[in-house]
Design a protein around this ligand. Structure first.
Ligand SMILES: C[S@@+](CC[C@H](N)C(=O)[O-])C[C@H]1O[C@@H](n2cnc3c(N)ncnc32)[C@H](O)[C@@H]1O
Length: 505
């Protein structure tokens, strides 16, 4: 402000001018600032970095991402010479087929001794002369939401590849996909598209409301009930405030819809909280302990589904790498928590906790290329030269092999999750024109089938299944760490976090 005032009329401006000036300076800050987050993703505030960073434009299919590096208290002070310049970390050369190379650019906030540095890294091949772009918004939002946010915050209309594609890209269609089930209503009687848009808007408001209520009031059970009701049924006519014939047209959300992805994130978190609360409250009562175990199972299933759905989208839009890294890591942690629970087998015959990662070394991975060939540390330390496609393919192969044994177990008893045939391989969605039309029937069939196969907790909790869950958890963590290494770098908080879980000592 002071500098701007000096520049403007030598500081002699009128009161009115001053207000305009202040507004202009604030607009400059808003346009050029970035939200600074600590290693766990918590917001520390906003900062304006120098032009090396603030000149970088936005794309919804960016070729770079950024993270912050918080200096330890005894860090060497940033000097004008070393930090204000672009620093290029040499990329590893000579390997064909790499998904990306490491280009690292660090810049400190000039004039301050300490402060979070910002690190920009490439996430795609960048040709000489090609513009480096980052994302200013959440890439898992559909086009209209991204555009509206970019306009209100930065006053520009994005014309990147994703925004200008006609027809829309696969990911943008998937993020907005809803199915309608017309219950005997003639669609010619009113404008279905208009009604569909209105319903989506109301659904979006309702889901946002549920999530905000949970974050402020903190009632995880009510949040789970309401979100699952939306996932199962869409909106009821009361929620739509519609008493007329239109309420017969029922819209439901697709498993890749952006609201559903938000719901999965919240549900995984809310179920985990419910599980921890219950086991802390009633350590001695087996019935409650079993309930806590079931809640932990459902939380792990939602984490896995979120990672699988995001991965599906990541395969068509590689700039989603950071989201995929985070979600696979969360899924891995959630599955390990479940596998390590002391409540396996029966309440009387409790399973011994799996706490040593060395267990994976003892177990023979007969068909697991990923684990057979590469040690975790090796994968993580060679993320840039390892063949990305091969590792991804091996990872998915391993998961597919193990999934059939654990998915039905993870989702048992959760009506919505039971409608998801597979959380990683979504080809089953294409088999049904409208997967939701099948839900009711499938639901009944699966309940009958499950009831006849799985009779009680002891039967559900086979040791083999537990080991599979453990293995899938380790795979998810490894792969999450691998992706984190690519997009955030070797010393990033997420990569370090994964290594600390895998190698606690
Ligand atoms: C942090 S600055 C980026 C650098 C800016 N282009 C410059 O030359 O100083 C953010 C502003 O850049 C512009 N901008 C960024 N990405 C853009 C894009 N994809 N299309 C159009 N304008 C963009 C918008 O005006 C936005 O408010």
């Amino acid at each position: 402000m002071a500098t701007a005032r000096k520049l403007h009329n030598g500081g002699k401006e009128e009161e009115n001018d001053e207000l305009i000036l202040e507004e202009a300076v604030l607009s400059l800050v808003i346009t050029n600032s970035v939200e600074v987050q600590d290693g766990s993703g918590c917001s520390l505030g906003i900062a304006v970095y120098d032009t090396n960073f603030s000149w970088i434009n936005h794309s919804c299919s960016p070729n770079a991402c950024y993270r912050f590096s918080i200096s330890p208290p005894n860090a060497v002070p940033f000097g004008e010479d070393s930090t204000s310049k672009l620093r290029i970390v040499p990329s590893v050369s000579g390997e064909e087929g790499d998904v990306c190379r490491c280009l690292e650019h660090t810049t400190g906030n000039r004039g301050y001794q300490y402060g979070p540095k910002i690190i920009v890294r490439s996430i795609k091949r960048i040709s000489k002369g090609e513009e480096v772009c980052i994302s200013y918004t959440d890439l898992l939002q559909p086009k209209a939401m991204r555009q509206s946010e970019l306009w209100s915050k930065y006053q520009f209309t994005c014309s990147c590849f994703r925004c200008s594609a006609t027809p829309s890209t696969y990911i943008d269609r998937a993020l907005e996909e809803i199915s309608s089930i017309n219950l005997g209503l003639s669609s010619s009687s009113f404008d279905v598209k208009l009604y569909r848009d209105e319903t989506t808007r109301r659904l979006s408001d309702y889901v946002d409301e549920i999530i905000s209520e949970f974050l402020s009031v903190g009632d995880p059970q009510s949040c789970c009930d309401k979100l699952e009701s939306v996932l199962n049924l869409g909106l009821t006519s009361e929620q739509l405030e519609s008493k007329d014939v239109k309420s017969q047209l029922n819209f439901r959300l697709h498993p890749f819809h952006h609201l559903v992805l938000n719901a999965y994130t919240t549900l995984a978190f809310a179920y985990q909280i419910r599980s921890s609360d219950l086991s802390a409250l009633a350590t001695e009562i087996d019935e409650y302990q079993l309930k806590a175990f079931d809640l932990s199972r459902t939380s792990a299933a939602y984490s896995l589904l979120l990672a699988g759905a995001t991965h599906h989208l990541f395969r068509s839009e590689s700039s989603l790498i950071a989201s995929a890294a985070n979600f696979w890591t969360n899924a891995g942690e959630s599955l390990l928590t479940l596998a390590r629970s002391s409540l396996w087998n029966s309440p009387i015959k409790r399973g011994s906790p799996i706490s040593e990662v060395s267990t994976i070394a003892k177990h023979k991975y007969s068909k697991c290329l990923l684990m057979d060939i590469l040690d975790a540390k090796l994968i993580l330390s060679q993320a840039h030269i390892a063949k990305f496609k091969n590792i991804s393919r091996d990872f998915l192969d391993c998961l597919n092999n193990m999934m059939s044994n654990i998915w039905r177990f993870l989702v048992h008893g959760c009506r919505y999750l039971e409608t998801i045939a597979d959380p990683i391989d979504f080809r089953w969605l294409g088999l049904e024109q409208d997967f939701r039309a099948q839900v009711k029937q499938d639901d009944e069939d699966s309940i009958i089938a499950e009831d006849s196969i799985i009779r009680n907790h002891a039967e559900l909790c086979l040791d083999e299944r537990r080991i599979n869950i453990y293995e899938v958890g380790i795979h998810c963590l490894l792969y999450g760490g691998f992706l984190a290494h690519i997009c955030y770098g070797r010393n990033s908080p997420l990569t370090t976090h994964v290594l600390n879980i895998l190698y606690p000592v």
